[in-house]
Design a protein around this ligand. Sequence first.
Ligand SMILES: [Zn+2]
Ligand SMILES: [Zn+2]
Length: 420
Amino acid sequence: MAKPKYKSLRGMPDIIPPEAEIISCIENKAREVFRTFCYSEIRTPLLEETEVFTRSIGEDTDIVEKEMYSFTDRGGKNISLRPEGTASIIRSYIEHGWFNTGGVVKLCYFGPMFRGERPQKGRLRQFNQIGAEIIGASSPYIDAEIILNLEAVLKGLGVEGFTLLINSLGCGKDRDGYTGALAAYLKEKEAYLCDDCKRRSRSNVLRVLDCKREGCKKVVKEAPSVLEHLCEACQSDHEALKEILVEMGMDFTEKKDLVRGLDYYTGTVFEVVHPSLGSQDAIAAGGRYDELTREMGGPDTGATGYAIGIERLLLVIDKKKIAREHAEAVVIPVGDEHKKEAFDLTNKFRASGIPCQMDHSGRSFKGQMRKADKEGKRFVVLLGEDEIKSGKVLVKDMKLGEQKMLTFEEAVEELKREQV
Ligand SMILES: [Zn+2]
Ligand SMILES: [Zn+2]
């Protein structure tokens, strides 16, 4: 075959069967968990005004500086493909005046995000996330609720052996104190920092903590901890969250240099890592962002959330446990003259909820049998002169090697038994 003329873009592969179906099953299992926690689903657009992201994620972050897909539309407006879900949801929360209804809004979302990073295993330029947000209040119980929801989603998907890492970044005041101490420390170590971090240690010092370069990581390891700079209220919230998690039997590890690579986080931040993933080991991450709604022009209200990376998840879950196994049936007429009856029967099975099809390729009867066997179809339903006369069909179970003459109703029962 000739080389294809067109290929999908680097880092933006097609999601083809069976992967696409596995992702649907993952999303649906997560939906079931969200339902029990009373989250409502939201779908925000893939494109937003660029400022929605630069204002929230932060100008000096890797995402905004290097990874966003931004361009000018025909009307001269600067727009970007969403690199994450939270900024759009807060934009939507403010735009629709949800805060006027009072109380807490709990939302979940599913869909693709876009970041122009170097593609690697589990990291694509178009990638899929499952996320949740609780907007309208701030308390250690809400932090615990969102973390327990994340745990329930992961357990629902059969993910095992993961570790929850937590930290607190404190409130705005704490951060001012901390960034001062961090900047002073980094100034002494400036010679060991990369050029980006040299600049960031002056413009947005917290972002030095996310640098992935070895030299910077070494410097960061010895840096002062944000936990030493928490005010009394933030300290007591942090302790309260840890107590609730212990009571709920949720294991966690405190990681003092966990800051997440986005500017909007305040207070609790967390990450779920999996040992089988090597250096890029996060499968989910999130935290509190109590100042973002106000920063984006809305009311002063607390919020927290997380996102799970589906491509990372696919590296750690047992895919066989996730996807349903279809016990498909193929209806084969014994002789071309029974094609019409076979076609009717196929559609009757479908109307009864049985995954079922005919082979329309024009193969011989034997060819159709061979193809069904080769493709691992569970059932073959034969319809010939004898069957039509007796008002029955011959159901062959290809896995067990058995065959039975059954009425249509009996055949439906038989085929349904194998549907999961
Ligand atoms: Zn504080
Ligand atoms: Zn650096």
